[in-house]
Design a protein around this ligand. Structure first.
Ligand code: GDP
Ligand code: MN
Length: 399
């Protein structure tokens, strides 16, 4: 789960990370009012969307008066901000963050990520801040400093000092950097984050060090133990179907084709998509019902996939290890009875309670097309989608 910049800054500040003074606004008028409350003469208005690259896309504006703040916010509110990270559809702006302007002397990059190779939290830092980390890696690879954290001892002061020196930070400011790094690390581990990114981390003209931008991503599977983090979720920033799925304990990924896939497990999802494309079709999405799915959860999955306008055929492919074929079949049947759709549905089941599952499908009286293996399932799905001769020749259940 992603959160907004202002939320990340508030969380990080609680861990001792220095951030600029700022206030949130839900309208242009409120933004101007917030700026007066903050005081000072210059401010930055920042569109709050779950994406970076706002600066280049008109989502970060420096302002010198109430009127400028109001005008800058009016440009942002209610619009879709399209940055190189959002894709062409952009992200809606419903909140802006107003900050007092900081005089920047130098910008750095500071990131904390999970490194899957070393299975450690890795710190990635660079003296070429302000640009995207991918661009730093491509254009200024020599400036990148990396360090992994030994989990048994945690991040140590000396490691932070080492990184700070490698970045070329003046000795008089190293202690501030150490504090920020330790704060980010503690926030990362204590809140079950998977990413903390400060870009830029800045040295100001009066020699203090601040997180000028902040981004945090959290491990969805750990959110149950951080209700205060779950509350920060902003569905306006998520894909509608993906967000509806995650509310129902399902994992949904939207794609470009017309065959909706209901599967269990990411590996089977990929295999199913491959089989579909080998058979000449393209998946519209995949929806992962997970393990131990009840008939109710499966029915929700079918309804959700059918609600996708691009779906012209549904393929259910479940290899029941922890799941039960009969529950999956019951879910499919109950959703289809209720939906009364004419979208062809292909079901391939294997594993636990297979016979019971087949029985449920056979007794349903629905024109469900069965398949006995993945290849056959994919071929039948593609020919159903094309409505070709092979599809019309298929026997209708019960078989
Ligand atoms: P992003 O483009 O979405 O990553 O948004 P950022 O919050 O990183 O802002 C983009 C850029 O705007 C920064 O790299 C800074 O150069 C500039 N910027 C943001 N806030 C301030 C500020 O308070 N003072 C100054 N001088 N520049 C700022
Ligand atoms: Mn940034």
């Amino acid at each position: 789960m992603d959160i907004h910049e202002y939320q990340a800054k508030e969380l990080l500040a609680n861990f001792g990370v220095n951030v600029p003074l700022g206030a949130l606004a839900y309208s242009p008028e409120q933004a101007a009012y917030r700026a007066r409350e903050l005081g000072g003469e210059k401010w930055v208005v920042k569109a709050q969307v779950h994406a970076g690259g706002r600066g280049q896309a008109g989502g970060v504006k420096i302002c010198q008066s109430d009127t400028e703040i109001q005008a800058a916010s009016e440009q942002m509110f209610g619009r879709k901000l399209v940055t190189h990270q959002t894709g062409p559809e952009g992200r809606g702006v419903y909140r802006v963050y107003v900050e007092t302007l900081v005089q920047i002397e130098k910008e750095f990059y500071l990131g904390f990520v999970l490194d899957r190779v070393s299975q450690r939290i890795m710190i990635v830092a660079s003296s070429a801040g302000g640009m995207e980390v991918e661009d730093i890696a491509a254009e200024e690879p020599g400036t990148i400093v990396r360090a992994t954290v030994e989990p048994a001892v945690g991040l140590r002061d000396f490691q932070c000092r080492q990184i700070a020196f490698k970045l070329g930070i003046d000795a008089s400011m190293v202690q501030q950097v150490v504090r920020i790094m330790l704060g980010c690390y503690r926030a990362f581990t204590e809140l079950d984050a998977t990413m903390v990114e400060i870009n830029p981390l800045v040295v100001t003209s009066d020699h203090s060090i601040l997180a000028l931008d902040a981004k945090m991503t959290f491990d969805d599977n750990a959110l149950f133990r951080h209700p205060q983090i779950s509350e920060l979720r902003d569905k306006s920033q998520e894909d509608v179907l993906e967000s509806r799925a995650s509310d129902r304990g399902l994992r949904y990924v939207a794609m470009k084709g017309n065959i909706g896939c209901i599967v269990n497990g990411a590996g089977l999802a990929l295999a199913t998509m491959d089989a579909i494309s080998q058979a000449g079709g393209q998946a519209a999405n995949f929806l992962d019902i997970g393990g131990g799915a009840t008939a109710d959860r499966v029915a929700k999955a079918v309804r959700l996939v059918l609600s996708d306008q691009n779906v012209q055929t549904v393929l259910v492919n479940v290899f029941a290890g922890i799941n039960r074929c009969d529950w999956v079949a019951e879910g499919v049947v109950s959703a289809l009875h209720e939906a009364a759709t004419d979208v062809p549905v292909i079901v391939r089941l294997a594993g636990n309670n297979l016979e019971e599952g087949q029985m449920v499908l056979a007794k349903s009286g629905l024109p469900i097309i069965r398949a006995s293996n993945l290849k056959e399932a994919a071929e039948r799905a593609v020919s159903a989608w094309r409505n070709d001769a092979a599809f019309r020749a298929l026997p209708v259940l019960p078989t």
